[in-house]
Ligand binder design. Structure first.
Ligand SMILES: Cc1cc2nc3c(=O)[nH]c(=O)nc-3n(C[C@H](O)[C@H](O)[C@H](O)COP(=O)(O)O)c2cc1C
Length: 437
């Protein structure tokens, strides 16, 4: 946000003309008059939060002070500025980037406003059971700790801290292929099974070894991510990386392949990505192009684990997934960092559910920040809801304790929404509890 008064006012005038602000239901004429007044400056902090989060429901007149400990947080947003302070700017850019103008990040948030709650009264909600059962395993919450790469770039304990938090709160965790902790160490820290997210390798013989390794380690399910196969344009990430005065090459041997960022693009070194190393050099079986449904069939044949696809957003692809024997789906646009569709995942969810006809579990992720968001997804028919950035804000702010607090806050909000809706188990949550806004 600009600091000098003139450009701050210009910024306010810009916000007044922003379709995002209008979509959030804010009176843009009123913002326009404020842009010429001192009073307007007091609202800029709030407007900044709004621009970043889409529809943050509370416009604080002033930015609340940074929290000193995890227990002080009132909502998941309280962790974000603390994490931002702790995380190097290039890594912050990697975390927060979307694609192009980042509009799909905002769309994911705004999508939740298309649905409103229909609370029910006078039902005994003194006992609520919000546990999730999926593929025969029970978890305390339907909030899934989604795969998110390079977590030691946000906190020294990385995925181990996340796994310990998932253990403490009993949440399902999915580990990224490009994690900075191995699947074996993550399962040990979680004290139980962890799902694995798969990025295919250009050599099928390596992918196959990776799949076998993950299965041997005890993962019951693998989620193949299909939303980056066409590439993505992450401008915010590059802009933030350019602000970092450190030499990227010191940690990322071979350099981060970003224009204008220090380092080389060749000889990338995967020392920090333990799931990518340690495989036998077998005769290569190079992929002929980017994966198609044929790859999904091959993957199914190569493993006894459940195979899910992550990144499905249409009825057509959901139906094809069923035809190819896929065991579950993530409705996901990679947190607005794949294609810049400007379509919220909560908007895609109903058509994906139409494609699956309720025959396989469907997890929805993208912009989930509140218990009410989770409730809306489940009411529409999702099995569970995944979160990405919020638990990393917790991790970056306070390590394991921060992740635990984020999970606890979102779950508490979700249980509260269940009670307010007169529901005492996940199976009772239905379309009767929400209505179009
Ligand atoms: C920094 C970052 C790294 C991610 N890394 C992966 C990854 O390695 N594999 C994957 O399938 N999804 C990855 N995702 C996507 C998340 O699994 C998830 O779909 C997304 O973060 C959900 O949106 P949210 O961040 O708004 O909650 C990543 C997301 C972020 C923000």
């Amino acid at each position: 946000m600009p600091t000098d008064p003139n450009s701050r006012r210009q910024f306010l005038a810009f916000l007044a003309g922003s379709p995002l602000v209008a979509a959030a239901g804010i009176d843009t004429d009123w913002l326009a008059t404020l842009s010429g007044s001192a009073q307007g400056d007091a609202l800029l902090h709030a407007a900044d939060a709004l621009a970043r989060h889409g529809t943050h429901p509370v416009l604080h007149a002033e930015q609340p002070p940074l929290i000193a400990k995890a227990a002080d947080a009132l909502d998941v947003f309280d962790f974000e500025p603390v994490a931002r302070q702790n995380i190097p700017v290039a890594h912050w850019g990697y975390l927060m980037t979307g694609t192009d103008d980042d509009a799909t990040i905002a769309a994911n948030r705004a999508g939740f406003d298309r649905w409103v709650l229909k609370p029910r009264r006078l039902i005994d909600v003194s006992k609520v059971d919000a546990h999730l059962s999926i593929f025969g395993t029970r978890y305390a919450s339907p909030i899934v700790v989604n795969p998110l790469g390079s977590q030691k770039g946000f906190h020294k304990d990385g995925e181990v801290a996340t796994a310990k938090a998932a253990r403490a709160r009993d949440h399902l965790m999915v580990l990224s292929t490009v994690a900075t902790t191995s699947i074996e160490d993550t399962i040990a820290a979680r004290g139980g099974p962890v799902w694995f997210q798969l990025y295919h390798q250009t050599d099928w013989s390596i992918t196959k070894q990776m799949v076998k390794r993950v299965e041997r380690a005890g993962a019951p399910a693998i989620a193949f991510t299909v939303d980056l196969l066409g590439g993505s344009n992450r401008e915010t990430m590059i802009r933030e990386a350019r602000k970092d005065t450190r030499e990227c090459i010191k940690c990322h041997l071979g350099g981060a392949p970003l224009p204008g960022v220090s380092g080389r693009v060749d000889d990338r070194d995967n020392r920090r990505k333990p799931n990518l190393v340690g495989y036998e050099k077998l005769p290569p079986q190079l992929e002929k192009g980017t994966p198609t449904w044929e790859f999904v069939d091959r993957l199914k044949q190569a493993t006894g684990m459940k195979v899910l696809l992550k990144g499905i957003v249409t009825e057509e692809d959901a139906a094809l997934a069923l035809e190819h024997g896929v065991d579950g789906l993530f409705v996901s646009n990679h947190g607005g960092r794949a294609e810049n569709s400007r379509r919220a995942t909560i908007v895609s969810l109903p058509e994906v559910l139409k494609g699956t006809g309720g025959r396989i579990p469907v997890i929805c992720d993208g912009g989930f920040r509140r218990g009410t968001d989770v409730f809306k997804a489940l009411a529409l028919g999702a099995t569970a809801a995944g979160i990405g950035r919020p638990y990393i804000w917790g991790l970056g702010a306070f390590g394991q304790e921060g992740v635990e607090a984020v999970l606890a806050i979102m779950h508490k909000e979700f249980e509260l929404t269940m009670k307010q809706s007169g529901t005492t188990s996940l199976s009772q949550i239905s379309m009767r509890h929400i209505t179009p806004a």
